[in-house]
Design a protein around this ligand. Structure first.
Ligand SMILES: [Zn+2]
Length: 272
């Protein structure tokens, strides 16, 4: 049994110094050479930490919350959206246009028809209508809007919150807000900062969440279209990068210092 678990001290891959234990956190900073490391399925990997510069004046010390930012291959996504919508439309037309063979009427049906005046043609049109409803494409206006948005973006980033949260829903909500806004901000490398990064999410875990965050930014009618969503998969254009965003405490929330939004303090757990 004991052979199955080997506990090794975490060591800096650069200078060999032992890394501090970080509890739930997945990022480590070497106390000797100050390099940052992040856990991955293949073990510790070096990570460059960036810090967004506050765009607003603030009193007091900002709280820095980490996010993984993933640049998306937008041309690939545009192609997927177009193909998926075309496929759905073809399926819809095939079902709608299918010749539904008149079935033999049962005695009860013919009795109903004679008495209620419901014709075979009406029955077929009802069937056709309900068949069409089972597969539906998002309207072209919605899809065009989505494609225009992707084109206008040039580069499009998905933001995945990486801090520890008691509420998984928070990830989706905050990620959605930032992804929708595509904020502009300046970053600096933060290698020299001697303070732990509150990152509780590995890069590959963040990549696994990009579809969900992106879907959350879409209009309700697209979101509810299972046929559409199940074929869309976002592909990162580059490896994710880790950025800390400055926030300031304000009553029960953290207010962003780079863009217009705030996060309820309840959603964030800052203790490691
Ligand atoms: Zn080191």
């Amino acid at each position: 049994m004991s052979d199955a678990f080997i506990i090794r001290p975490l060591k800096c891959g650069h200078c060999g110094a032992e890394l501090p234990i970080m509890g739930q956190l997945v990022t480590f900073q070497c106390q000797t050479c100050f390099k940052h490391w992040v856990l991955s399925p293949e073990g510790l990997k070096p990570v460059v930490l960036y810090r967004a510069q506050p765009a607003k004046e603030c009193e007091g010390k900002p709280v820095y919350l980490p996010f993984w930012i993933i640049e998306i291959d937008t041309s690939g996504l545009r192609e997927q959206v177009t193909t998926v919508v075309e496929d759905i439309m073809v399926t819809t037309r095939t079902i709608a246009g299918a010749q539904l063979e008149p079935e033999e009427e049962s005695d009860i049906e013919s009795l109903m028809r004679e008495n209620l005046g419901i014709s075979q043609a009406t029955r077929i049109s009802h069937l056709r209508e309900s068949a069409t409803k089972t597969v539906s494409a998002p309207t072209s206006a919605e899809v065009n809007h989505l494609i225009r948005r992707l084109e206008a973006a040039g580069t499009y980033h998905v933001y995945v919150p990486a801090f520890q949260s008691r509420n998984t829903y928070a990830y989706l909500k905050i990620g959605k807000l930032l992804t929708k806004q595509q904020p502009h901000f300046k970053v600096k490398r933060a290698e020299d900062i001697q303070r732990s990064v509150l990152c509780a999410l590995q890069a590959d875990e963040a990549v696994a969440l990009i579809d969900f965050v992106f879907f959350a930014t879409l209009s309700e009618s697209i979101r509810e279209n299972g046929d559409f969503l199940k074929h869309i998969r976002l592909k990162p254009a580059k490896p994710p990068f880790l950025v800390e965003f400055p926030f300031i405490r304000h009553h029960h929330s953290y207010e962003s210092l780079i863009t217009e939004f705030h996060v309820s303090r309840k959603l964030i757990s800052l203790d490691s």
